[in-house]
Ligand binder design. Structure first.
Ligand SMILES: Cc1ncc(COP(=O)(O)O)c(C=O)c1O
Length: 404
């Protein structure tokens, strides 16, 4: 067998949508992006969602809107992909990393303890599609003690009166919290539409706005759309309408808009996300569950409880009582047998850049614990039950070879 880790879902509907865009006479930001924004807002349960060309650029835009300044702090879990921290570094901020719970989500008590007068935002991460404890985190952010030490340095911050809660939902499009889209747990949620994500536009991202009263999400959407395209008052599509040539540049905007050609890929997928693609992912997840739940050496990843349901982005299998080196050997043996697996994530404090900046994995014991024995199993629509069985058997075989 030859089982890749995460091939994109490209069916006839995707091909037709892309071809239709290519032949339409308009290929950059235009009607397809608009449709993708409407559909993602609908699934995310919000009124306004802006498409951009990656999660990372979306985070840069949100931090620009917030008015993040040099030296401002942004709290985040140590256990995430480095883009979460890089977006803060690029914005002049300082990533303040805290440890996670065993379920891979940020530890709310550690988050609370890390808040200082310099804290301007929190970025939570729904690792593998499993939502964070948003009620607990919002409760912390609403405490008087947090509001009293908050030192606003921009109009947006003044209006908010507390740190902004941004959800890194790169993995969790379609996840639910308290029977509603998990998006409603944060002020702003950013999805990734990168090639390996549940919905992809090759590269892309969506900013879903759920700001509290006092903010007009429609106005914020307009600000962000303008600042995602050079701060230019008329976008290229509008300018092509006859006689509509005049424009102004009113701010030092970024250039991070999504193109219609890319949006077309995601649009065709998103139309069948809830009816087909998400249930497909759940089928694969459940297949793995029914095999591994009976193995006394397997630690199961979270997927569903009365409050939350995952978007089934990845299956984060953990194996009891193995070392990092044994985990790596298992991955190697399974790869030689024909199946690609992966690790999500190497905690940021273990990566060179962050080590050089003084972060130390010794301060994040749960992050290391979750990482050292973790193997991510592939989840995607095209995976057949037969392939799932093959992966399960190969993992067990490799485990026995390496450990026994
Ligand atoms: C948790 C997390 N955050 C952010 C990102 C960055 O997403 P993008 O590549 O769309 O910028 C990723 C991408 O893999 C991710 O896994």
């Amino acid at each position: 067998m030859n089982i890749p880790f995460s091939p994109p879902y490209i069916d006839q509907d995707v091909l037709d949508e892309v071809m239709n865009t290519l032949q339409s006479g308009w290929i950059t930001t235009g009607p397809k992006v608009k449709q993708l924004e409407q559909l993602s807002a609908e699934i995310a349960g919000v009124q306004h969602a802006l498409c951009v060309n990656s999660w990372t650029s979306g985070a840069l835009l949100v931090l620009k809107w917030l008015g993040l300044q040099d030296g401002d702090e942004v709290i985040m879990p140590a256990y995430t992909y480095s883009a979460t921290a890089l977006a803060v570094l690029h914005s002049g901020g300082v990533p303040v990393m805290v440890d996670i719970n065993e379920d891979f989500t940020i530890d709310p008590e550690k988050l609370a303890a890390a808040i200082t007068p310099k804290t301007k935002a929190i970025i939570t991460v729904d690792v593998a599609g499993w939502p964070c404890d948003y009620n607990r985190i919002n409760h912390i952010l609403q405490q008087n003690s947090v509001k009293q030490i908050f030192a606003a340095t921009s109009d947006v911050q003044e209006k908010l009166g507390r740190p902004l809660l941004i959800a890194d939902a790169a993995h969790s499009f379609g996840a639910t919290y308290m029977s509603k889209p998990a998006t409603l747990g944060a002020d702003i949620t950013i999805f990734s539409l990168h090639a390996v994500k549940n919905i992809t536009t090759a590269e892309g991202g969506v900013i879903a706005l759920n700001l509290p009263s006092g903010f007009d999400n429609g106005d914020v959407y307009k600000w962000m759309r303008l600042n995602a395209m050079n701060g230019q008052t008329a976008d290229a599509f509008t300018k092509t309408q006859k006689g509509n040539w005049r424009y102004d540049i009113v701010s030092d905007g970024l250039k991070i808009n999504l193109t219609d050609v890319c949006a077309a890929i995601g649009l065709a997928q998103m139309r069948k996300y809830k009816s087909q693609l998400l249930p497909d992912r759940r089928r694969v997840f459940d297949h793995y569950c029914s095999f591994f739940k009976n193995k006394d050496w397997a630690i199961m990843p979270p997927s569903k409880d009365p409050d939350r349901e995952s978007s089934y982005h990845l299956f984060l299998l953990r194996i009891k009582d193995i070392t990092e080196a044994q985990r790596d050997n298992i991955i190697q043996l399974v790869a030689e047998a024909g199946a690609a697996t992966n690790v999500h994530f190497v905690p940021m404090p273990m990566l060179t850049l962050f080590k050089q900046k003084g972060y130390d994995i010794a301060n994040y014991p749960q992050a290391y614990d979750n990482y050292h024995n973790e193997i991510s199993l592939p989840i995607y629509s095209q995976l057949t039950d037969e392939q799932c069985t093959f992966i399960e058997e190969q993992i067990e075989k490799a485990y026995i070879t390496v450990v026994k």
